[in-house]
Design a protein around this ligand. Structure first.
Ligand SMILES: [Zn+2]
Ligand SMILES: [Zn+2]
Length: 139
């Protein structure tokens, strides 16, 4: 669970009705929505919410570190509320479905010192690609 709304309350983030709706739309597991999808769902709850407000709120949540931006091959950026549990992504090349996955081992430790080129490494993102069961050709 992402419990995004609770985290934001805990941080004392000013929860206007518009911000609350954006946070509610993003809450949950395996949530990876584009900004337009967030807007479409937010409008169902709060018809007057503007696209600009949704975009600004998403930007703030990313700055706060409470929402991750996920870039996937040539598709629109996704917003992911699962910001506090290290995870990687499994992406369907057919329909773009995304699942949170937890490979074994530390991806940072997987890079040999000889290939660090003196960098202090702070993060790693791994994207596993393939076809989901709905997109895989049936035998
Ligand atoms: Zn698929
Ligand atoms: Zn994710």
């Amino acid at each position: 669970m992402s419990d995004l709304l609770e985290r934001l309350r805990g941080r004392g983030w000013r929860l206007t009705s518009q911000r609350r709706v954006v946070a509610e739309v993003l809450d949950g597991e395996h949530v990876h929505l584009t900004a337009d999808e967030v807007h479409a769902r937010a409008v169902e709850r709060l018809p007057e919410i503007s696209r600009a407000t949704v975009y600004n709120t998403l930007g703030e949540l990313v700055c706060l570190g409470e929402v991750l931006e996920v870039a996937t091959d040539g598709r629109a950026k996704r917003y992911d509320p699962n910001a506090h549990h290290a995870h990687q992504h499994l992406v369907c090349s057919g329909c773009g479905a995304i699942r949170d996955v937890h490979p074994q081992g530390d991806p940072l430790a997987a890079l040999p010192p000889a290939e660090r080129f003196g960098f202090t490494i702070s993060g790693a993102e791994i994207t596993y690609r393939g076809l989901c069961p709905d997109c895989a050709p049936r035998p």
